[in-house]
Ligand binder design. Structure first.
Ligand code: AP5
Length: 213
């Protein structure tokens, strides 16, 4: 099965994708993680992407599409995968459909994570991430067992540079302008499943499982 997780920054796409990876054994394809890895490795693509990400803007469609095109061809994607943070524009959604069509495949479902902007700001400003294994925590609602330390790999947690108040506001406006029209794109294809993602992470997970069943 091929799933698209669609929703504003901080709506819980990454959190739910990681749960689905464990439950279903499908890989999580997060363009945000791929770009952050490229930045950490200091590749030319990473250096270019950083200038956009640090100010909350989208990287070019061609970069994002190129990353996904290469990734979906790998053997671990044969039985299905979860797209987290891609597509983010209509041209990306159209390119994804073309890439999958060439392989005789298609997106099965697009889950839309609905959360109001105020709650998104609360979640993003309190988020702490592990730079080593990409695990996620929150200073109030998903605290690690040891303060500031990743439960999974023991690395020191960080605050993402794009989780500052100014950049969060820019990312939200980019989402409303460029990404929210994708809900209509998938609704027209009868693939959209809207979720109330303000609920606790366990409840959102149960809603996804129920929809997939
Ligand atoms: P990316 O890394 O994809 O970030 P994002 O889409 O902005 O989403 P986030 O990772 O911030 O949030 P999330 O929805 O995954 O929420 P999470 O689970 O972490 O992209 C970063 C940048 O890369 C972009 O700005 C852009 O520059 C570039 N980029 C990436 N893809 C691109 C593309 N396709 N095209 C162009 N540019 C691209 O949860 C957030 C917090 O809330 C956590 O602390 C978590 O613990 C907590 N939380 C989660 N669920 C719940 C819940 N149910 N209740 C309470 N708290 C919760």
């Amino acid at each position: 099965m091929i799933l698209v997780l669609l929703g504003p920054p901080g709506s819980g796409k990454g959190t739910q994708a990681k749960r689905l990876v464990k439950e279903r054994n499908w890989p999580q394809l997060s363009t945000g993680d791929m770009l952050r890895n490229a930045i950490a490795e200091g590749t030319p693509l990473g250096l270019e992407a950083k200038t956009f990400m640090d100010r909350g803007a989208l990287v070019s469609d061609s970069i994002a599409i190129g990353l996904v095109d290469e990734r979906v061809s790998r053997p671990d994607c044969e039985n299905g995968f979860i797209l987290d943070g891609f597509p983010r524009t209509i041209p990306q959604a159209e390119a994804l459909d073309r890439i999958l069509l060439k392989k005789g495949r298609k997106v099965d479902w697009a889950f839309l994570f609905e959360v109001d902007d105020r709650e998104l700001v609360r979640r993003l400003s309190g988020r702490r991430t592990c730079p080593k294994c990409n695990a996620m925590f929150h200073v109030d609602t998903m605290q690690p067992k040891r303060d500031g330390i990743c439960d999974h790999c023991g690395a020191k947690l960080i605050q993402r540079p794009d989780d500052s108040a100014e950049v969060i506001s820019k990312r939200l406006s980019v989402y409303h302008d460029w990404t929210s029209p994708l809900a209509e794109y998938y609704r027209r294809q009868d693939k959209l499943i809207a979720l109330d993602a303000t609920r606790a992470a366990n409840e959102v997970n149960q809603a996804i499982s129920a929809a997939l069943a």
